[in-house]
Design a protein around this ligand. Sequence first.
Ligand code: MTE
Ligand code: MO
Length: 441
Amino acid sequence: MTPISEVAYDRHRLRQWLGGSARADGVLRRDLLKLLGTAGILTALPAGTAYATDRTDTTPAAPAGNTPAGNTPTAGAAPGIRKPLPPELFTIRGTNAETNFPALRDTGYHTPVDRFFVRNHTATPQLPTQDWRLRLWGSGLRGSTDYAGAIELDLADLRRLPAHTHSAAIECAGNGRSFYASQQGEPAAGTAWTLGAIGVARWRGARLSDVLRRAGLRREAVDVLPRGLDDEYVTGGVNLGRVRRPLPVAKALDDVLLAYEMNGEPLAADHGAPVRVVVPSWVGISSIKWVGDIEVAAQPLYSPWNTDFYRLFGPAHPEGGSAPLTRQTLKSAFELPVDARFAPGRTHRLHGRSWSGAGGVRRVEVSTDGGASWRRARLWDEPRRDGWVRWSLDWRPAEAGSTHLLARASDTAGRTQPDRSTFNTQGYFFDAVVRHPVTVG
Ligand SMILES: Nc1nc2c(c(=O)[nH]1)N[C@H]1C(S)=C(S)[C@@H](COP(=O)(O)O)O[C@H]1N2
Ligand SMILES: [Mo]
């Protein structure tokens, strides 16, 4: 097995290079080039890199989502989140709040804002709507090559463009990460989510494609880099700058929204007010909250969020890591507390949800005997791309004792949840069937 500590060390050096703390070190530069080269994505040096403009020389230590602190659920509030986080709705993990799946029981298809998970690298910023501007700039636009020459829009401008509504999931790529440790004995670095780092909402806003075309998109444009207005992210003593991740222009022109409404209400502060990017089906990091500017470039762009994060590293993956992650994987969850108790000899209706970034979920099977036998659950929604399906199954347990409930989804792309997930060091894309412990008695 490849020593994981070496992989972690590589990631750390790359992070330093990206953070600017190693800018004069030719060895580190060569490492970065090697990493990017191995992954087959290096077509040009990231000249005039976006992150160069974010560099700061002061790198105060700050709490980070990837520290052990992010792995221990804490009672009370996550200081950077503004909405109430009652313990029956959320489990707090560092700067983040995970939705408790039992809290979705009877909520309908869309996740209410009061129980939609929050993933913050730092803290929810206060952004008065009247001061908000979106700047579009870069070599991929006609007439605006630098930030100073940016094209600016305010919220009223955005609202004047045709409005589109899209029902879509936002899910963290690390959702389910804790099961690498608890089910497979393979601990992975990062926030120890169970299955609640997902929500489905009705997003309304302008299409990014309309905005880009009006801004003067050049045919040479290849990457689009939205950046948040929240604080710069400092991890391991390195300032990685503002949260930002490049999108290929083809995706940007497809189904991406600049959303100002969520479930029929103005976007809530914690979910990116006044405007966030929504990239349906893709890893949650793509959906940049509090978007303040979008660089449009005629050359490939890099940020830490598409180089050392959000790729698969580890023994089963290429040495330089996988290609940057795009579509989310397949998962299922019961709307039940861990260790839920059921009376024997009575019929209980089990409820849950399944979802896949690759297509709609068309079949869900449930096992109530730890995987020995499976029955088909009844689906309450059509298989829907970008969303989830609700399902149920009646269960009449006979004997008292402890058992596991399992749910296994299959999607329209032909995938079925496996028994075991292929490990990666950062614990992304856990897709295996999760064992949900319950007690009969
Ligand atoms: N500006 C900014 N955008 C961001 C983040 C962030 O910390 N800052 N977190 C990202 C991650 S990792 C995820 S999973 C989603 C979470 O969206 P939510 O908090 O609305 O659920 O937002 C993404 N967009
Ligand atoms: Mo995420």
